[in-house]
Write a protein that binds this ligand. Structure first.
Ligand SMILES: N[C@@H](CCC(=O)N[C@@H](CS)C(=O)NCC(=O)O)C(=O)O
Length: 267
């Protein structure tokens, strides 16, 4: 019996849902509204002391950290394997997940909050907004969130965060010139892990960065991933059209300020 504590638009939740869907695993869904601070609820913090989503509960055992959850799922439910057997190929997959965990994931909320839900969060009552920020356990992450909510894409942290995401799509484009999937010959853990960050750029109307003219191999890969049944089950179903349109609209508003930064980094 699997239970997933997650949030519809969270990158880490999307990557775990992709693996669950690829493996045909059903789960009981518990949505945690991280925009309203539900990740700081003491009952949830007992499951996930890091105050973040996702958390997978498998037969009563709580599992945290999305990269490790996906590796766990591949070990515990191997009938649809999502990693090759060869040690070097497994190492290559872990290089992708390490890049995401070390560099890209910390950048993603900066890019997201600056370009997207910032406008919504600023409309929240101040006490709700403050409680959500105050609950972030890491002081540096807390200060960054405050800065990004205050200054949006003009926050000092924004340009480097955008550069991290662009570095990811450049690396992926180069890798996909050599092989059909980031995990090797078939869709696997690296593809599931990278997808949410590419999708995030798309949802924030930074779609020109994913164009066939600029990044042809990534562009084809993204179209193939979006056509998989798992994408529908794990991502599209959880992203109501009106929310996606709203994210895109917010992204479009800041694109004139963002676009010049995309020219000084990556391709
Ligand atoms: N390393 C963790 C990171 C999880 C994480 O940062 N989750 C985000 C959503 S993608 C979250 O819950 N953020 C809560 C917040 O921003 O306060 C993992 O991979 O599971």
């Amino acid at each position: 019996m699997l239970e997933l504590y997650h949030f519809a638009f969270s990158t880490c939740s999307q990557k775990v849902r992709m693996v669950l869907a690829e493996k045909g695993l059903d789960f009981e869904s518990h949505e945690v509204d991280i925009l309203s601070g539900a990740q700081h609820d003491p009952a949830y913090v007992k499951l996930n002391p890091l105050h973040v989503v996702p958390t997978l509960v498998d037969s009563g055992t709580a599992l945290i950290e999305s990269t490790l959850i996906n590796e766990y799922l591949d070990d515990a439910y191997p009938s649809v394997p999502m990693r090759p057997d060869a040690p070097a190929a497994r190492h290559a997959i872990r290089l992708w997940t390490k890049l995401l965990d070390d560099r890209v994931h910390p950048a993603a909320p900066i890019v997201t909050f600056a370009a997207g839900p910032r406008a919504l969060i600023l409309q929240q009552p101040e006490d709700v907004r403050e409680a959500a920020i105050a609950g972030i356990p890491d002081p540096e992450a807390r200060a960054t969130r405050r800065s990004v909510l205050e200054h949006g894409v003009h926050a000092p942290e924004f340009a480097d965060a955008l550069a991290a995401m662009i570095e990811l799509i450049d690396r992926a484009d180069a890798a996909l010139a050599r092989q059909p999937w980031l995990s090797g010959d078939s869709f696997g853990l690296a593809d599931a892990a990278v997808l949410p960050y590419v999708l995030r750029l798309d949802h924030l109307a930074m779609t020109p960065l994913l164009s066939a003219a600029l990044r042809p191999h990534l562009s084809k890969w993204y179209a193939r991933v979006c056509a998989r049944p798992s994408f529908d089950t794990a991502v599209a179903r959880w992203a109501p059209d009106e929310m996606v349109q709203m994210m895109r609209g917010l992204g479009q508003e800041v694109w004139p300020d963002v676009e010049p930064l995309t020219r000084t980094t990556g391709k």
